[in-house]
Design a protein around this ligand. Structure first.
Ligand SMILES: Cc1cc2nc3c(=O)[nH]c(=O)nc-3n(C[C@H](O)[C@H](O)[C@H](O)COP(=O)(O)O)c2cc1C
Length: 395
């Protein structure tokens, strides 16, 4: 049986186990989008923690494709050296370095969450010297009634963005990343083209499913052609919009089949984010709520999948992989809380005494400590002492 601890090969990129660190924006760049020591330590920590793959956050292919000013960027060659330092360290610790490429489209020009989220305004210019910018989208349809209206992209604009994804993917390869993930989820630009909620076009890029898929597929095709055969290509999708009249799971299966035919190696299955009125949202969140999407896409489209979303415990992750529901699990916030989550999960699943897969300068000590604890647990008062209810020596 294939479990969490078993390796998986994506185009020659071998993940030592089935745990990927999910891409998570850190909002930690200056406006130049350059990775800093902060990013180096943050992402390096996940590699030390035992993940099979460490995926860097949504990284913008053009400055105007950023969600926020503080997003990571890869729109120039100057971005490559600090990213290469991160990728090199991740690789040196036995994990596959991966990077997510984004264009936020109409979701751009947003505030950082701790500045209130939502679209920027003149207040941001006044308070932080950060001016809002004109966003773009498949159609001149705002994310919400109170959000700015994006400029509808013409074909020249679409050609430019496709080329920016290609250039970004080449830079990612130059930086040493073994996998590139195209962000087509969460209401970002490529998701906007897919979804009838955001795409109201009446030309060849909107309307039917084939037309709505055309631009995202053309981006993926161009990226695949630009990167080496042994660079894995992943696409993150919102498997469902989760809103009335939105993108459906059936459409995701069709999209995944087309992606597989274009050399995509895995589908990272998230959901939601397209916008619309809050009352339209039909997605209930509970532990593992998106695993069924990964399972359906894996089964119906015959492609490897990554399941993500409220995967909290090692047992839950193990069941998803060993039960054949997904090939890989992505861990987000649990890894923020504990960057050692992958190593700790494998230890827990192995019976809590096995630290051999940890870096030896950590695992050796934890293994010895486990021996001491096992010996101590045989003592008569051990349970009381561990529960903190022993009377203590002075009683
Ligand atoms: C702080 C934060 C930043 C995120 N940034 C991204 C991102 O850059 N790209 C993306 O596709 N998803 C992003 N997500 C979503 C996560 O990748 C993940 O899908 C989500 O958190 C659910 O997984 P979890 O329950 O394990 O955290 C972000 C989530 C968080 C909490």
């Amino acid at each position: 049986m294939t479990g969490l601890s078993s390796p998986i090969d994506l185009r020659g990129q071998v993940l030592r186990n089935r745990v990927m660190i999910s891409p998570m924006c850190t909002y930690s760049c200056a406006a130049d989008g350059l990775a800093t020591d902060w990013h180096f330590v943050h992402y390096g920590r996940f590699a030390l923690g035992g993940a099979g793959m460490v995926m860097l956050e949504a990284t913008s292919v053009v400055p105007e494709g950023r969600h926020c000013y503080s997003d990571l960027g890869i729109w120039s060659d100057a971005h490559v050296p600090p990213l290469a330092r991160i990728a090199g360290f991740i690789r040196s610790q036995g994990a596959v370095p991966a990077i997510q490429l984004q264009h936020a489209g109409r979701k751009g020009s947003a505030r950082r969450p701790w500045h209130g989220g939502g679209p920027m305004s003149d207040e941001d210019l006044r308070d932080r010297d950060e001016a809002p910018w004109q966003t773009v989208g498949p159609s001149a349809v705002a994310l919400r009634p109170d959000a700015p209206v994006p400029r509808e992209l013409d074909e020249a604009g679409m050609d430019g963005i496709r080329q920016a994804f290609v250039d970004a993917a080449r830079r990612a390869v130059d930086a040493g990343f073994g996998a590139v993930e195209v962000h087509a989820a969460h209401g970002y630009l490529l998701n906007q083209f897919l979804s009838p909620i955001a795409n109201h076009r009446t030309d060849g890029w909107g309307g039917s499913l084939a037309n709505r898929m055309r631009f995202p597929l053309s981006v993926v095709e161009a990226v695949r052609a630009a990167i080496p055969d042994d660079t894995a290509l992943i696409v993150r999708v919102s498997a469902v919009d989760g809103v009335d009249e939105g993108w459906t799971l059936g459409e995701s299966v069709m999209f995944a089949r087309e992606l597989r035919a274009r050399g995509v190696d895995a589908i990272d299955c998230s959901s939601g984010g397209i916008g619309g009125a809050a009352t339209m949202n039909r997605l209930a969140r509970s532990p593992g709520f998106q695993v069924p999407f990964a399972e359906a896409i894996r089964r119906e489209a015959g492609i490897a999948t990554i399941a993500v979303g409220l995967i909290l415990t090692p047992e839950q992750a193990e069941r998803a992989v060993a039960g054949g529901r997904t090939d890989i699990v992505a861990i987000g916030r649990e890894a923020l809380a504990n960057p050692n989550w992958p190593n700790a999960a494998l230890t827990a699943l192995g019976g809590s005494g096995d630290y051999d897969h940890w870096p030896p300068n950590v695992g050796w000590w934890l293994g010895r400590r486990a021996d001491i604890i096992r010996g101590f647990e045989a003592e008569p008062d051990a349970a009381l002492i561990l529960a903190g209810t022993d009377p203590g020596p002075g009683a």
